[in-house]
Design a protein around this ligand. Structure first.
Ligand SMILES: Nc1nc(=O)c2c([nH]1)NC[C@@H]1CN(c3ccc(C(=O)N[C@@H](CCC(=O)O)C(=O)O)cc3)C=[N+]21
Length: 284
């Protein structure tokens, strides 16, 4: 058996076209959705990601502002910038690119962002809203994974067992909450899990979000399972690869997401969706 690919680029094109339509409608009412992206320091990967986010905004007709600062920027200076953006009516979403330089407390910076503009969904208020099923911004990566499941007819996961590998605040934990919200039975695995394969072999849906290559291999997957790969690693040849042994797992899984071209572009798409949502809320 060979798995069907869930194409994050194709799904992104579709969802971004919907954002563009909504953006045009809001602009006709005199409001242009605006995203501020704040980048501190010169992490080369961050430069690429941030450029992609700004480009995606432009293509969907969203206004974006890229603020680049030297790595020597102080925490107080950054907090002051966040506060200014909180009060800027032309900005509906604020994204402070992570990681931040070591002398800046990222938790403090994220909590300084107004929850109304927290399009990353990283604020404690956003995480709490997800937890209790209230309105709030959903973290873009797990939100994108949910849209990928929806695209293959798995919006309601009643009766399904989902196994999440990884427990980070930005992917693993919110992912588990969203799967739970969709009625899945959810297991969260992590570095302290005794027998990962025993868990994943029971899963109808597996989300790998560890940040390590080959965390999931073919022998750990039930035939026909859906495998979502959130990983972003480099292999020995320097090529981008996920957490899943793609070549092996695609022979067992029913559906699988590729890296690149899977969850990555969906993360950016959901950032646009959240920014659109923020602008619409502020205009209503
Ligand atoms: N505040 C904040 N919010 C984030 O959402 C955030 C962040 N900080 N810091 C870094 C991570 C990483 N991230 C990615 C988004 C898209 C791709 C993406 O589009 N990847 C392409 C490939 C890109 C390439 O070729 O390098 C793909 O998978 O096809 C990757 C990584 C968002 N992040």
């Amino acid at each position: 058996m060979t798995a069907q690919l869930i194409d994050g680029n194709a799904l992104s094109r579709q969802l971004r076209a919907e954002v563009a339509t909504r953006a045009a409608a809001l602009k006709a009412r005199g409001v242009t959705p605006g995203l501020a992206v704040v980048l501190v320091g010169d992490n080369p990967a961050s430069q690429v990601y941030v450029r992609n986010k700004v480009k995606a905004c432009e293509e969907a007709g969203l206004h974006s502002v890229l603020e680049k600062y030297d790595a020597s920027m102080t925490e107080a200076e950054l907090l002051a910038r966040v506060e200014a953006l909180n009060n800027d009516p032309s900005i509906h979403g604020i994204l402070v690119q992570l990681p931040l330089p070591k002398h800046i407390d990222d938790h403090k910076v994220i909590e300084a962002i107004s929850p109304l503009k927290d399009v990353d969904g990283f604020h404690v208020a956003s995480a709490g809203a997800l937890m209790v099923g209230e309105v709030g911004f959903k973290a873009c990566t797990p939100y994108g994974c949910m849209k990928m499941l929806e695209s293959i007819g798995m919006k309601d996961l009643r009766g399904k067992h989902a196994v999440v590998i990884g427990r980070s605040n930005i992917v693993g934990k919110p992912m588990a909450m969203m799967l739970l919200q969709a009625n899945a039975t959810v297991t969260i695995c992590h570095s302290g899990t005794a027998d990962l394969g025993a868990m994943t072999r029971q899963a109808d849906v597996i989300v790998a979000a560890v940040g390590k290559r080959d965390v999931l291999t073919a022998d750990m997957v039930k035939p026909g399972a859906v495998v979502i790969d959130v990983g972003m690693n480099r292999n020995d040849e320097g090529k981008l690869c996920g957490d899943v042994d793609f070549a092996g797992v695609k022979e067992v899984a029913g559906f699988i997401t590729p890296v690149p071209g899977g969850v990555g572009p969906m993360t950016i798409t959901m950032l646009l969706v959240n920014t659109m949502e923020a602008a619409e809320r502020s205009a209503s």
